[in-house]
Design a protein around this ligand. Structure first.
Ligand code: GCO
Length: 456
C-alpha cells in the first residue's frame, strides 16, 4: 500500500474506468410534492404527522431540485463526476400506486436523464428509496404481498419509458432500513412497531427486487441491474463468547438476512431459528425469484457497529455499544477500515460480479463563515480516509468498480429533518442558494487532477 503514501491521492490512483459519482434520493431533494399530478407518499404522511420529524420538517420544498435540476447537474459537471445516482418518486409515476400512469411524472425523469446525458454524466436510477405511494400503504403497504406486484408494474412502466437511456438500475435502496426502521422501530415511515410485519416487509422487498430484475433487463437492453444494501461489519464489544454470539446474531440480522437470499443461499438458518414465529410467510418459488442473478451489488457504508449481549432486548438480545473516539454529528463512529472490511468480505463470500459503493459520507454541524466559506475539514478528512480504504479493497482483489458520495446536496435527512447536513454542497434552505463546501472543492480537485501515476 506504499503507493498512497508519497503524494495526496487522486483519481489516477484508481483503475481506469472507475466510476466516481454522487448520490441523492427523490424525497430528500425534490420538493414540488403537489406538482404535475404527484400523489402522496408515506413520507408526506409521516413528515406531516406532528412529532415524527425533528423541528416538524417536511420534504415539501426540500432542495427544490424538481425545479433546479439543471443547476444541480451543472454543479455535478463542475465537480467532474461521471455518474449520478438518483431515485424516482413512485407517486409521481403512479399517484395511486398502480393503475393510471401519470405521464407528467415520468416526463420529469426524462428531462433529468436527458440533461445528465447531455453533460456526459451516466444516470444510475434507483426505483425505490422509501417513498411508497400512500394509496398502497392504505392497503397494507409492504406487509401486503400485492404491493410486490404493484412494484413490478411500476418498474415496468419506468424502464419501459427510460430504458433506452438509463442503463444502470438499482431496484431498492437499503431494504433493511425500509423494513426495520420503518416497521419495527417506527422512526421512519410508515412508523409501525411490529417485528413480524417488519420481517414480512423485508421478504416482500426482496421478492419485488427479484421479480423486477428480468423486467428491467427486458425493457433496458444491455443494462446493469442490482440492489443496494446498507452493510456494516459487526464487531463484538469483547471477546466473551456471549458478545461474540451477539455479534453473529446482529450480523445475521443486518447483513446475512439480505445477502444470503440474494445470492442464492436462502435465509440464514440461524436467523430463521432466532426469529421463530416472527419469520416471514413465503410461497414456494420465492427464494429462487429473490436470487435472480444481478450485475452488481451496491453497498452503502457509513460506520461499523459494535454490539454486546443484552438479555433485556426482547428481539435479538443484543445491544449496540458506543465505540471509538471519533464520531460524526450523528454520533456514528468514524471507522474507515470497516469500508475495506465489508467490501472484501462480500467480494469473497458472495462473489458479486461487481461492487459499487452507492453511498458513503458524513454529517457535521456545518456553518457558512462570514466570508461565505464552509470549512468542513472533518468531512474532507472522512472522505480522504475512506477513499484510501477503497484503494486497499481493490488491492485485496475485491471487484470494486465505483463510488457514489452521499451526498451532492444538504437535504432532508428523514427523521432528522434538515438539521443533519450530509452534502458536499451547502444548501441555504431559505434561499435555495448552493455553496460548494471545502469537501466539495477537495472532491473536485481529486477528480480533476492529472498528476502522474505512482506506480501501483
Ligand atoms: C440511506 C440513505 C440516505 C441517508 C443517508 C444518511 O440510504 O441511508 O439513503 O437517504 O440520507 O444514509 O443517513
Amino acid at each position: 500500500m506504499q503507493a498512497l503514501k508519497g503524494h495526496s491521492m487522486n483519481r489516477n490512483d484508481f483503475p481506469r474506468g472507475f466510476i466516481w459519482g454522487t448520490a441523492t434520493a427523490s424525497y430528500q431533494i425534490e420538493g414540488a410534492v403537489h406538482e404535475d399530478g404527484r400523489g402522496q407518499s408515506i413520507w408526506d404522511t409521516f413528515s406531516h404527522t406532528p412529532g415524527k420529524v425533528k423541528n416538524g420538517d417536511t420534504g415539501d420544498v426540500a432542495c427544490d431540485h424538481y425545479h433546479r435540476y439543471r443547476e444541480d447537474i451543472a454543479l455535478m459537471k463542475e465537480l467532474g463526476v461521471n455518474a449520478y445516482r438518483f431515485s424516482l418518486a413512485w407517486p409521481r409515476v403512479f399517484p395511486e400506486g398502480r393503475g393510471t400512469l401519470n405521464p407528467k411524472g415520468l416526463d420529469f425523469y426524462q428531462r433529468l436523464v436527458d440533461e445528465l446525458l447531455n453533460k456526459d454524466i451516466t444516470p444510475w436510477a434507483t426505483l425505490y428509496h422509501w417513498d411508497l405511494p400512500q394509496a398502497l400503504q392504505d392497503q397494507g403497504g409492504w406487509t401486503n404481498r400485492d404491493t410486490v406486484q404493484a412494484y413490478v408494474e411500476y418498474a415496468d412502466a419506468v424502464s419501459g419509458r427510460l430504458g433506452d437511456r438509463v442503463k444502470h438500475w438499482i431496484t431498492h435502496n437499503e431494504p433493511w432500513v425500509a423494513a426495520i426502521i420503518g416497521h419495527l422501530w417506527g422512526f421512519h415511515a410508515p412508523g409501525l412497531q411490529d417485528a413480524a410485519a417488519a420481517l414480512q416487509v423485508s421478504h416482500h422487498l426482496l421478492l419485488s427486487h427479484g421479480l423486477a430484475v428480468p423486467v428491467l433487463r427486458a425493457n433496458s437492453s444491455g443494462s446493469s441491474v442490482g440492489i443496494t444494501l446498507n452493510l456494516s461489519p459487526i464487531h463484538p464489544a469483547s471477546p466473551a463468547p456471549q458478545d461474540v454470539a451477539a455479534a453473529r446474531r446482529q450480523d445475521g440480522f443486518h447483513n446475512r438476512w439480505f445477502l444470503d437470499p440474494l445470492f442464492g443461499f436462502g435465509y440464514p438458518a440461524d436467523m430463521l431459528e432466532a426469529f421463530g414465529p416472527l419469520a416471514p410467510q413465503m410461497e414456494a418459488g420465492d427464494l429462487e425469484k429473490i436470487a435472480a442473478p444481478t450485475d452488481f451489488l451496491g453497498i452503502n457504508y457509513y460506520t461499523r457497529s459494535v454490539v454486546k449481549h443484552d438479555s433485556s432486548d426482547p428481539f435479538l438480545q443484543t445491544k449496540g455499544v458506543r465505540a471509538g473516539d471519533e464520531h460524526t454529528f450523528f454520533d456514528w463512529e468514524v471507522y474507515p477500515d470497516g469500508l475495506r472490511e465489508i467490501i472484501v468480505r462480500v467480494g469473497r463470500e458472495y462473489r458479486p460480479k461487481a461492487i459499487y459503493i452507492t453511498e458513503n459520507g458524513a454529517t457535521y454541524p456545518d456553518r457558512i463563515d462570514t466570508d461565505g466559506e464552509v470549512r468542513d475539514f472533518e468531512r474532507q478528512r472522512y472522505l480522504e480516509r475512506h477513499f484510501a480504504k477503497l484503494w486497499e479493497a481493490i488491492r485485496e482483489g475485491a471487484p470494486l468498480k465505483g463510488y457514489f458520495l452521499w451526498s451532492l446536496l444538504d437535504n432532508f435527512e428523514w427523521g432528522e429533518g434538515y438539521e443533519k447536513r450530509f452534502g458536499i454542497t451547502y444548501v441555504d434552505f431559505a434561499t435555495q442558494k448552493r455553496t460548494l463546501k471545502h469537501s466539495g472543492r477537495w472532491y473536485r480537485a481529486f477528480l480533476h487532477t492529472t498528476s502522474v501515476l505512482s506506480g501501483n
